[in-house]
Design a protein around this ligand. Structure first.
Ligand code: FAD
Length: 394
């Protein structure tokens, strides 16, 4: 293969580059910029929010423990408020929303409009001083031994190289850290495909109630997170390859098409298709240590607390160790969001939801800014600077 003339154009140096503009990447970029780092956020699509918005998830799992105690604050709380600031809102009054409380205690969670939230995220990152690059795929980290010196990207401009003092991997599939040589582990997924639809039978109800959730009803043709609804004989998706991703999307869309045909013409519409595969767990790093989600377990390098969104997790409190966000052999790479070192089962299940991605994103951004400013490794940050990156108790 002849690659002559394909040398990347050098686009200059940033303190922090965040790859991936999902919830974790947005939180990381804003956090780094607030900590005075010159920050670039690179996103391969043209909208922010990742699975939460372009993946149509549109449900912010709770920031609380289910018993009335708030567990997560900071940027993740800013983001839940932003998610309902301009559109669809299901946040209970007791947590600052507009929906009258129906339970005591209510959980601190909400529906949100994925499209309006995504637009609001642009405004949020730009106002916080983050530079943004859309439609740009980060292809390879450039490594000098175990130090990452920057990221090569492909876009309509061709191949470019952005230098960085520290890099946050918020890709949702750990592709930056995996390609840097950090050990990674593949996830295991049921078949899940969710689109949003509108039913003309709901027109009158919509006019009366103005409940815009009726525009965005979920049409789910796969399994739920427990595997209920997994089509008979369907395999697990666990290879992490492009071929498998394509197969997953084709099967999901074929199954949706069967439902569309069965529903008949002219009485409904699919309002949005997911623009990314709705895999829950693709690939994660195998970090310095795991986050196994053990109730009450504390860590010297805790980044803060979170709760458990699941009914079985009510009242559970978990600390997340910073060691689950990096590998000690790699100086300036840090993971954020659903790719932290959390084993399949409770750890990954808790770590991957939106509020926790916001929390790990915020900490990754602070750590990356510190790494860039003090020229120190993630491991040194763990040993000497946890007080500067930990999220305070709410
Ligand atoms: C079916 C399903 C249901 C769910 N339900 C809920 C729920 O109800 N509530 C909840 O809180 N959570 C839910 N989740 C989990 C949650 O939505 C996600 O885990 C979370 O949003 C992940 O955020 P993230 O930022 O870590 O990753 P992602 O959202 O995956 O963001 C990664 C971003 O990086 C970009 N990217 C990737 N690679 C590159 C690259 N090389 N270069 C540039 N950009 C790149 C992607 O385009 C994407 O925007 C659900 C997940 C699934 C699949």
């Amino acid at each position: 293969m002849d690659l002559r003339g394909k040398e990347p154009i050098n686009k200059g140096r940033y303190d922090v580059i965040v790859v991936g503009g999902g919830i974790a990447g947005v939180a990381a970029a804003v956090s780094a910029a607030r900590n005075k780092a010159k920050t670039l956020l690179i996103e391969k699509s043209v909208n922010l929010g990742g699975l939460a918005t372009t993946g149509l998830i549109s449900w912010y799992e709770p920031l609380c423990d289910g018993q009335g105690k708030q567990m997560i604050g900071g940027i993740s709380e800013e983001l839940i408020k932003l998610s309902v600031a301009y559109g669809l809102d299901n946040l209970a009054k007791s947590w600052g929303g507009s929906r009258p409380d129906q339970k005591n205690p209510e959980r601190y969670c909400t529906f949100f409009s994925p499209t309006i939230f995504s637009i609001a995220l642009d405004d949020y990152v730009l106002k916080n001083g983050v530079e943004l690059r859309f439609d740009t795929l980060a292809t390879y980290p450039v490594m000098d031994g175990k130090k990452c010196t920057g990221v090569v990207v492909e876009s309509v401009n061709g191949r470019e190289y952005f230098e960085a003092a520290a890099v946050v991997d918020a890709t949702g599939d750990a592709s930056v850290m995996d390609r840097a040589g950090v050990p990674t582990v593949l996830g295991k997924n049921f078949m899940s495909f969710v689109a949003h639809y509108y039913d003309t039978d709901d027109a009158q109800k919509l006019a009366e109630t103005r409940d815009t959730r009726l525009f965005r009803k979920w049409m789910s043709v796969g399994a739920d997170l427990e595997g209920n609804g997994q089509p008979e004989g369907m395999k697990f998706f666990a290879e992490g390859t492009a071929e498998e991703l394509t197969e997953y999307m084709i099967i999901g869309k074929q199954k949706l098409f069967e439902r569309i045909k069965a529903k008949g013409k002219n009485n409904f519409d699919i309002t949005t298709l997911p623009y990314m595969p709705q895999f829950r767990t693709i690939r994660r790093i195998a970090g310095r240590c795991d986050f196994p989600a053990i109730d009450g377990k504390t860590y010297e390098d805790s980044i803060g607390w979170c709760g458990d969104f699941r009914p079985k997790g009510i009242g559970k409190h978990y600390q997340i160790p910073f060691s689950s966000m990096y590998h000690e052999d790699f100086e300036n790479l840090v993971a954020a969001g659903r790719i932290i070192s959390a084993p399949q089962g409770d750890g990954w299940e808790v770590a991957r939801v939106i509020p926790v991605c916001g929390l790990t994103g915020e900490v990754a951004g602070k750590a990356a800014a510190l790494c860039a400013q003090k020229q120190i490794s993630m491991d040194q940050i763990r040993k000497e600077y946890m007080d500067q990156i930990r999220c305070p108790e709410v």
